[in-house]
Design a protein around this ligand. Structure first.
Ligand code: DGL
Length: 268
């Protein structure tokens, strides 16, 4: 069975899955939430890479023929290594896939600094992401290339992942947590906020509500890179000739308790 494999430290990657499914509604999917090891944000590169290898092996053995790293932190920490280890003809991949494939492609997340820099009117963009993403070379490079003419202010979405993993994305607790991290961005003059972690789109409604309370006079653009990642996936799958259109299915897996994953996947 040929499937699109998608993984994240938790349910965040579902925000990417829902965009992919809009464009590829007749594919088979396998989703892995690594919630026993969540959050990835404060973990070392080595720890995240080790988890990413294990999850990749699992998904290949279940029939995945392409892997979406639906996590900014894991992309920044591990995608280069994954590509080196799995993208060349490889006997390990052949063993895991019963000889069907000998290499696999990885699609990762890209912090949407470029589109944000193109639409800001105040000239200041805010980036919300995990500590791991913000300190990674990948993010620094993207910022260096695409944000030369704008001011970039960054903030960790402190407590955001925990809110989403517990299914609490609206209400007073979510609002006060969101306020703490977006207030400094808005105070610095940002009118555009990049969601640099795949969990954060599930807080979009709360972010919009809090932003409109804090700066009612300023329209705030919120940018989620997931639609662009979904388009990129189609391009790669088209080039590899692996789009099947044989009917939708979604197989869910978690390293910890899967109740929030199951619930959220039913309400995307
Ligand atoms: N969803 C993840 C990301 O895009 C990771 C969140 C975490 O586990 O810290 O960065």
């Amino acid at each position: 069975m040929d499937m699109i494999g998608i993984f994240d430290s938790g349910v965040g990657g579902l925000s990417v899955f829902r965009e992919i499914r809009k464009l590829l509604p007749e594919e088979k999917y396998i989703y892995f939430s690594d919630n026993a090891y969540c959050p990835y944000g404060e973990k070392s590169r080595e720890q995240i890479t080790e988890r990413a290898r294990k999850i990749t092996d699992f998904m290949l053995s279940k029939g995945a023929d392409i892997i979406v790293v639906a996590c900014n932190t894991a992309t920044a920490a591990a995608i280069k290594t994954l590509r080196e280890e799995y993208s060349q003809p490889n006997s390990h991949v052949r063993e895991l896939t019963d000889g069907k494939m000998d290499r696999v492609s990885f699609i990762g997340m890209e912090p949407a600094v470029k589109p944000a820099a193109a639409i800001t009117k105040t000239g200041t963009i805010g980036v919300l992401a995990t500590a791991g993403t913000l300190k990674a070379d990948k993010y620094r490079d993207t910022k260096g290339r695409h944000a030369e003419d704008v001011t970039v202010v960054e903030h960790i979405g402190k407590g955001f992942v925990e809110l989403v993993e517990s299914g609490n994305t609206t209400g007073p607790k979510a609002e006060s947590t969101v306020m703490e991290s977006i207030e400094p961005l808005l105070d610095a003059g940002a009118d555009t906020i990049v969601l640099g972690c795949t969990h954060y789109p599930f807080l979009k409604e709360t972010i919009e509500k809090v932003a409109s309370q804090l700066t009612p006079e300023r329209h705030i653009f919120i940018i989620d890179p997931a639609p662009a990642v979904a388009k990129h996936l189609i391009d790669i799958m088209t080039a590899e000739n692996i789009i099947k259109r044989e009917g939708f299915s979604l197989s869910l897996h978690a390293s910890g308790d899967d109740s929030v994953l199951v619930k959220m996947s039913e309400n995307l």
